[in-house]
Design a protein around this ligand. Structure first.
Ligand code: FO1
Length: 316
């Protein structure tokens, strides 16, 4: 695989695994990872950007291998002490992770942009890729459910995705725009492909596409956009993708994911367990084992995805 510059769109754990594979497969090429910030929230007075941190920790090789979020070899003195004091403990912040939130909060309060802080954290973690929050302005995912309207982490962690989803809102002010680094990456002459990682299309990729101007900028970049299916054998590898699809009344099948990305897609990477759905997909399809259990799997799926995208580019 030789690519000059790949841009990937990612949510949390599943997306970060493919981004990690892309980083390892990129060799001398450039990788820009555009990360969802719709899950961001203020908690215990701290600015928390869960998907950005999952990308940073995964690409920096310090992610917790069991959860996929948070840091490996974490200690929990802060949480244990908070519990003894009767504080809020439903959202688990490890001691090392806490330092990330404290430092981010301090720098945001001092007037730095989230993208500048993230770029600096990435450099300090020795990450080769450019990790870029989708926007420097807040856009917040809110889940409208049978039990009321929930802020994202309230729905996802506190209520364990139990409420039945009716619709999903991306609450944002008039000033929300793509991070300058996203637009600069999309304008790069060396950009070869855009990869939509196997993140939740409704909760993790949709907020990125909801940033005004971003969807058009992706389409106008003039390179193939290829998505990797987040469904394997009609089930989500992790998280509530299948549950939400059922609740929104759409079939829980991989071909439905291509309809969610609609006008953007030039190609789709389908899991081999869903190969029978191939005929129902309007764009070119690459069938493979998309499960990323090991580090080698991440690199293999990344290589195949980029090779597929480059093949589509050569054909265009
Ligand atoms: N997910 C959980 O299920 N429980 C938690 O307590 C939790 C804490 C947490 C702390 C920092 C962080 O960066 C992520 C954390 N996550 C937790 C993951 C997060 O809620 C989700 O993975 C994403 O927002 C969805 O991509």
């Amino acid at each position: 695989m030789t690519a000059r510059h790949i841009l990937a769109l990612s949510g949390g754990v599943g997306g970060a695994k493919l981004a990690d594979g892309l980083q390892q497969a990129c060799n001398d090429g450039r990788l820009t990872v555009v990360v969802n910030t719709g899950d961001d929230f203020t908690h215990l007075g701290l600015n928390i950007s869960p998907d950005v941190d999952t990308a940073l920790y995964t690409l920096g090789g310090v992610a917790n291998p069991e959860t996929g979020w948070g840091r490996r070899d974490e200690t929990w003195t802060f949480m244990d002490t908070l519990a003894r004091l009767g504080g809020e403990t439903w959202f688990r912040l490890g001691d090392g992770d806490l330092a990330t939130h404290v430092e981010r909060t301090r720098r945001l309060a001092a007037g730095e942009a989230l993208s500048a802080i993230t770029a600096d954290f990435a450099r300090r973690l020795g990450i080769q890729a450019d990790v870029v929050p989708m926007s420097d302005q807040p856009l917040r995912t809110r889940v409208h459910s049978d039990e009321g309207i929930f802020d994202f982490q309230d729905y996802f962690v506190r209520h364990q995705c139990r409420p039945v989803t009716r619709s999903i809102e991306f609450a944002q002010g008039d000033d929300v725009r793509p991070s300058p680094a996203v637009l600069a990456a999309l304008a790069d002459d060396a950009l070869d492909a855009i990869v939509i990682c196997p993140s939740n299309p409704y909760l993790s990729i949709a907020p990125i596409l909801a940033v005004p101007g971003l969807r058009d900028a992706l389409r106008e970049a003039g390179v193939p956009i290829v998505a990797v299916s987040p469904l394997v054998g009609g089930a989500a590898v992790k998280g509530p993708t299948a549950k939400i699809m059922a609740e929104l009344g759409v079939p829980v099948t991989a071909d439905e994911i291509t309809r969610q990305y609609d006008d953007l897609l030039a190609g789709f990477v389908l899991d081999e367990r869903d190969a029978a759905l191939r005929e129902r997909i309007a764009v070119p399809v690459h069938v493979t084992d998309t499960l990323m259990r090991s580090a080698d799997d991440r690199v293999r799926v990344a290589r195949e995805t980029v090779d597929f995208a480059k093949h589509l580019k050569a054909r265009a």
